[in-house]
Design a protein around this ligand. Structure first.
Ligand SMILES: [Mg+2]
Length: 182
């Protein structure tokens, strides 16, 4: 099987990392607890007057590299490869890409090892990347072509309204991935 695995919100804990830095930098400002997050983009759930500050925080040097791996993800990727699957990390860069892109490579090298750097694919449009499955936390992954992959949701508080897709986390991924598609 060719498995594409998204990075933010699937391997790298974007939401927890954002909240930690946000509260450290702006302890007096309002924040959204992780379990109450309902929008895919963090900025969309914050008051409009804080939008620029939220975007600056995410675009700042060191943000992407500082994200912690989501528990279980390193073992899951290792095991997928051991089981003989072809695995690629399939991620998009933010519009303010200057720090994000290089830090994504650094993150993969640091947390997964040099070999995985060769498996990193950065594309705004994931539909043009072929695969059997795409594990992604984004509720809808759309692009210019009909994808070859099945989108399996990586479970997050902000995608729970989506009910028609299979959903997994790094505790139950094997039973979901290797059960027949719904
Ligand atoms: Mg993501």
């Amino acid at each position: 099987m060719k498995i594409l695995v998204d990075m933010d919100g699937v391997l790298a804990d974007f939401d927890a990392g954002f909240l930690k830095i946000w509260q450290m930098l702006y302890p007096e400002k309002s924040f959204i607890p992780l379990e109450l997050r309902t929008t895919f983009y963090v900025v969309d759930q914050y008051p409009a007057e804080l939008s620029d500050l939220v975007r600056q925080t995410i675009a700042a040097p060191g943000f992407f590299l500082s994200l912690e791996p989501i528990m279980g993800c390193v073992n899951a990727l290792t095991e997928m490869r051991q089981l003989g699957h072809e695995v690629f990390i399939c991620t998009s860069a933010i519009t303010f890409f200057r720090n994000c892109v290089v830090e994504k490579y650094e993150w993969v090298e640091q947390h997964l090892g040099k070999e995985w750097v060769k498996k990193l694919v950065i594309s705004k449009d994931k539909t043009i990347i072929s695969g059997d499955v795409l594990i992604d936390d984004r509720p809808i992954v759309a692009g210019c072509v009909t994808p070859t992959w099945e989108h399996i949701l990586y479970d997050q508080p902000y995608n729970r309204e989506v009910s028609e897709k299979r959903r997994l986390n790094w505790m139950n991924w094997k039973s979901v991935l290797f059960s027949a598609a719904a």
